[in-house]
Design a protein around this ligand. Structure first.
Ligand code: 3H9
Length: 703
């Protein structure tokens, strides 16, 4: 059977309509660019056609180059013969008609067109930097000519998606259609209106609008923190600079060189991996394919503490009216106050408009008691993290809620089967573990208890996506996947102190590696008392539990972190900057003297490997127990739950870069040196012996 062409040239009387039809998002996959070139040539050759429209079939205009083709040795058309070049030579005007997304090569094609119109919900952008490359289809040369280098730099170095109304104001679009207007017929009418206008307005012919020459260095400075260890953001700036200083063709040649340099860079490979890992994580391979998530309209949150408030904000931020309750009116009022303050901070920082704040606040409805939420279809419980506090809440919810309401718990470690056992609806119960701050962090770890129905799990996953999260499924194991895989890292970083490191030394290594903050500074932010609770529980349950006397000592001394002005660091009043504290060094020395631990010097690499390898080993255990679907799910959790640097792909992807055998050998050496806590997992040994990368590890069936 012959396949339908991915690009068609259709005729609407005197207008040629070039339809790109390559589901799901019209990426520029095999044959698409050639198809557009062929259609443009045929349109030009057809005497009946006066002008053309370029439009996407299905849900989008063009989402950009086919990312799957990168790094596969595919050949690009040579400069001068690409779609944009053919548009530049076209004797007839071409109108880009945009709906859904015009991203990357999609927007670049639109910029090659003579006119651009869009529906109001469309989005345009050059997100290439997010996958470690730069726009390689003329975007770095055409966009600055159209909107000036300042806006172009902002768009190209951030990769942000610009909504159509803003794109119109910036001059990227010529027209945004009224709500509900039909894109294709409007575009055809537009093309008819402009068919005879000459000369054809080509973006490449425009002069770059006046700009401040200091702009480029200022942008380099502004992105230095978030772009550290990366090449692409700097190449983006250089390419826009080239647009401002070189003739068009030379600028294009420069862009092309940079693109070739970046396409196979380590950062680009890692970022592409992360892109696909984030899509893979949504797939639940052991669930029936026809399971549909349930719709929900009326969510409620129990507990107006920091987490509950953040969860309520997440619902409100994405348009849901949400009810929130707490045990006492005072606690509820405090919670609402905290929510208001959090929004107000965003307004002050300029990331939220005042009227948006009001709208979001108005969607959060404080309610007095269970009676007010009994008709809700989803409840997320976020009360204190102790089983004896959560169980009565679940028992009560089970009693008063409609029988088919779904009950989710924002626990970060507790046994979800045990919690579900106090209800008569175990099939409707799941864990939804948000990360702090819940309205900011993207990860939602969805925990699957043994009796939860596939529909419940699919709904919990979908709920996360509907409120802007990346949902990842985890098995019901202590700490689930994210915190369990992270726990050895948390232990190891404190054990390093027993052997001669200081918190600031470890933090510097991890910040240099790419974390936004060092782990000790993060500990101070989260509160050291929180971890101490978990350690107590685990030590009580397991006589072999490796205690962390230095961390315990700090908590005993009331050093809970930022909230008490002192933790691993000391803090000045009203300032969150961590200052190394000689008192902490003295506490460490004292505990070392009590323990008699031998001291030694550490290289940066040793510190990094000690922390991360311990977690790689634990992640392997999680996979061998069938508590996660894929190694790449662990990576997604580390990227979005713990701030692991995205351009390193994720924990397991990074470890593959070191090599599974090297990781195993080092872990085995530490096993000899430190004993059982470094015992290599069975899966790790198997992978090392068979030379299988972590990414290709086959986990046990999910349970
Ligand atoms: C570029 O253009 C370079 C140029 O400058 C130079 C050369 C011309 N390629 O995200 P979704 C797949 S670089 C291949 O779930 P949504 C995706 O994997 C590119 N596949 O949908 C998924 O597959 P599956 C610049 C792609 O509605 C399916 O489509 N462009 C691509 O939530 C649905 O995706 C970008 O970086 C692609 N380009 O979001 C845009 N895009 O079903 C990247 C998607 O098998 N794409 N897929 O899991 C996106 O940001 C989002 O997909 C988009 C839609 C916002 C478009």
């Amino acid at each position: 059977m012959s396949q339908a062409p991915v690009v068609r040239l259709e005729k609407d009387n005197d207008i040629g309509v070039i339809v790109v039809d390559y589901p799901p998002v019209n990426a520029l996959g095999p044959g698409v660019a050639d198809g557009i070139v062929d259609a443009l040539n045929r349109g030009n050759a057809d005497p009946e056609i006066r002008a053309m429209v370029l439009i996407g079939a299905g849900r989008s205009f063009i989402a950009g180059a086919d990312i799957r083709g990168f790094g596969t040795g595919r050949k690009r058309a040579p400069l001068g013969s690409r779609t944009y070049d053919v548009m530049d030579r076209s004797a007839k005007p071409v109108v880009a008609a945009i709906h859904g997304y015009a991203l990357g090569g999609g927007l670049e094609n639109a910029l090659g067109c003579h006119y651009r119109i869009a529906v109001p919900a469309a989005k345009v952008g050059l997100p290439e930097v997010q996958i470690g490359i730069l726009p390689g289809g003329g975007g770095t040369q055409r966009l600055p000519r159209l909107v000036g280098p300042k806006v172009a730099l902002d768009m190209i170095t951030s990769g942000r998606h610009v909504p159509a109304p803003e794109a119109l104001a910036l001059g990227i679009l010529d027209e945004v259609l009224p709500e509900g207007a039909d894109l294709r017929s409007s575009a055809v009418a537009y093309a008819r209106r402009v068919a005879d206008i000459r000369p054809l307005p080509r973006v490449r012919d425009r002069a770059v609008p006046p700009y401040d020459p200091g702009l480029f260095d200022a942008t380099r400075k502004a992105i230095a923190r978030r772009a550290r260890n990366q090449k692409a953001p700097y190449r983006c700036i250089e390419a826009v600079e080239a647009a401002c200083t070189l003739p068009f063709e030379e600028g294009i040649a420069r862009e092309n060189e940079f693109f070739a340099e970046l396409e196979n860079s380590d950062e680009a490979r890692a970022l592409r991996y992360a892109f696909f890992a984030e899509r893979e994580v949504a797939k639940l391979p052991d669930m029936p394919a026809d399971i549909k998530p349930r719709d929900f309209h009326d969510p409620a949150v129990i507990g107006a503490g920091t987490m509950g408030g953040g969860i309520a904000m997440s619902f409100a931020d994405f348009g849901y009216d949400v009810k929130i309750m707490d045990a006492t009116e005072a606690a509820l009022n405090r919670g609402m106050e905290r929510i208001r303050n959090n929004y107000a901070t965003s307004v002050k920082r300029g990331s939220l408009a005042q009227d948006d704040m009001e709208r979001r606040l108005a969607r959060i409805h404080p309610v007095a008691g269970y009676d007010d939420i009994k008709d809700c279809d989803i409840v997320v419980e976020a009360v204190f993290e102790r089983m004896d506090v959560k169980k009565p809440v679940f028992a009560k919810l089970d009693e008063i809620m409609n029988p088919d309401a779904l009950l989710f718990s924002n626990t970060s470690a507790l046994d979800m089967d045990d919690l579900a056992s106090v209800t008569g609806r175990a099939q409707n119960i799941a864990g939804t573990h948000f990360f702090s701050p819940a309205n900011v962090m993207k990860l939602l770890e969805v925990v699957r208890p043994s009796k939860a129905s596939p529909e419940t799990m699919a709904t919990a996953m979908a709920m996360g996506r509907k409120i802007g999260k990346i949902s990842a499924m985890a098995g019901n194991t202590d700490g689930f996947v994210a915190n369990r895989s992270r726990a050895p890292f948390n232990g190891e970083m404190v054990i390093l102190l027993e052997e001669g490191c200081l918190p600031e030394q470890v933090d510097k290594v991890m910040v240099d590696f790419g974390y936004p903050m060092g782990p000790f500074a993060v500990g101070d932010l989260a509160g050291l008392d929180v971890g101490a609770e978990g350690r107590k529980r685990r030590a009580a349950a397991n006589p072999n539990y490796r205690k962390l006397p230095i961390a315990d000592r700090l908590v005993e001394l009331g050093r809970f972190g930022q909230k008490t002005g002192a933790g691993w660091y000391r803090y000045e009043k009203g300032d969150r900057t961590p200052h190394p504290d000689p008192e902490v060094a003295a506490i460490i020395k004292q505990v070392i003297a009590e323990l008699g631990t031998p001291q030694h010097d550490f290289t940066d690499q040793e510190i990094l490997f000690r922390l991360l390898f311990s977690s790689v080993n634990e992640a392997c255990r999680i996979l061998e127990e069938g508590k996660a679907y894929r190694a790449s799910d662990v990576d997604v959790m580390w990227l979005h739950g713990f701030g692991f640097p995205r351009y390193r792909g994720g924990l397991m992807y990074w470890a593959d870069g070191i090599g599974v055998k090297n990781v195993y050998d080092q872990i085995e050496r530490w096993h000899q040196q430190y004993g059982e806590r470094w015992a290599p997992s069975r899966l790790l040994r198997h992978l090392a012996e068979s030379g299988t990368p972590f990414r290709e590890a086959k986990p046990a069936p999910f349970r």
